[in-house]
Ligand binder design. Structure first.
Ligand SMILES: NC(=O)c1ccc[n+]([C@@H]2O[C@H](COP(=O)([O-])OP(=O)(O)OC[C@H]3O[C@@H](n4cnc5c(N)ncnc54)[C@H](O)[C@@H]3O)[C@@H](O)[C@H]2O)c1
Length: 332
């Protein structure tokens, strides 16, 4: 296969490229990434000399570059996005540009070049929020109800991807997954921010009461789910993908990290909540499990410990990034 991976210098994209080239070493990958604050070439430094890998710096909203690259591949795996909810509260326009117009630019090129196979990576946040204390979970039939500019722009991109299937017969699939964690995640995000704060001897910050429940998916499990959908998924279908967490709140996860890192509650600082903060997300992944035989590979605690170890052993990867991310929070 020859793949165009958009957003390959980001968290999940870089893990996906590494996963794919290890598993399918004769496949070829081109990645298109504009290297925003969230794109780090250092996340791909071990791959840059691989003859089956090429990096192109460019924007997915640029029809010229997108057209040229799409013409060279048979499959598009679309990760590139503005992905940070907090940033979408501050500056929604760039989310509309990248997540909606960028996706449409890619879809148009895929259509033009003979209906290329298109896989779109999306989020469970398009489904809105669930009530705390219930057993309800999001699945493929949950109605869309996005609450933040980020999730609204991802919802718009999902609708466009499905529209290209129904209107033009573009061979698409979509995965809507829960919160990812693991190596190479930007220190702006919840779990790496906590780990790196503690590694630097600082406190961890918790929004509001901390009783926000998320489903956590280990990033390499997400990559294997995308692999299953690319190889065996039904064209036109959506798959919801989640992990093995059992309704852990942000506070629960903080306590786990503190314990694993030999700290206690005195390292917690509660900060003002953000507007529109969804209470609970949970994902039912039985469709991808039954139809494509996919399931997460290990439990949450094990992967969390591995992630802490990775951040401890790879401080040169995140030290400079940490300054940028803490400046973002200071100026919010
Ligand atoms: N991280 C999560 O927990 C999570 C959960 C569900 C869904 N997703 C989705 O997965 C995808 C990847 O998420 P991530 O966490 O790896 O994001 P990320 O923010 O770490 O990486 C995004 C990448 O896209 C690039 N990019 C941004 N705008 C671009 C543009 N206009 N043109 C070209 N490149 C551009 C950035 O430089 C960066 O390398 C996104 O579509 C996101 O919505 C992420």
């Amino acid at each position: 296969m020859k793949l165009l991976v958009t957003g390959g210098a980001g968290f999940i994209g870089s893990n996906f490229i590494r996963y794919w080239l290890e598993k399918y070493p004769s496949d070829q990958i081109i990645t298109l990434d504009s290297l925003t604050y969230a794109g780090h070439l250092s996340s791909l430094s071990d791959i840059e000399k691989n003859p089956n890998y090429a990096f192109v710096k460019g924007d997915i909203t640029d029809p010229v570059i997108v057209d040229e690259l799409v013409s060279q591949v048979d499959t598009i795996v679309h990760f590139a996005a503005e992905s940070h909810v907090d940033r979408s509260v501050k500056d929604p326009l760039v989310f509309v540009k990248t997540n909606i117009i960028g996706t449409q630019t890619l879809l148009e090129a895929a259509k033009k070049h003979g209906n290329k196979r298109f896989h779109h990576i999306s989020t469970d946040e398009v489904f809105g929020a669930l009530t705390l204390g219930t057993d309800a979970k999001f699945d493929e039939n949950t109605p869309y109800d996005p609450r933040s500019p980020y999730s609204a722009s991802k919802a718009g991109s999902d609708h466009l991807v499905r529209a290209y299937f129904h209107t033009f017969g573009l061979p698409i699939t979509i995965t809507n997954c829960s919160n990812n964690f693991g190596p190479y995640q930007d220190t702006e995000k919840f779990i790496p921010r906590m780990i790196t704060n503690l590694l630097q001897g600082e406190k961890v910050k918790i929004y509001g009461d901390g009783l926000y429940v998320r489903d956590w998916l280990y990033v390499l499990d997400h990559c294997s789910a995308i692999d299953a959908v690319l190889k065996k998924g039904k064209i036109g279908d959506t798959y919801t993908v989640g992990g093995l967490t059992k309704d852990y709140s942000n506070l629960d996860i903080t306590m786990m990290i503190l314990k694993m890192m030999g700290k206690d509650e005195s390292s917690i600082e509660y900060v003002t909540d953000r507007p529109g903060h969804d209470r609970r997300y949970a994902v039912n992944w039985s469709k991808i499990n039954k139809e494509l035989d996919w399931s997460p590979s290990a439990d949450f605690d094990f992967r969390l410990q591995e992630t802490i170890t990775w951040y401890n052993s790879n401080q040169s990867w995140w030290k400079d990034m940490k300054i940028t991310s803490e400046n973002f929070y200071k100026n919010k």
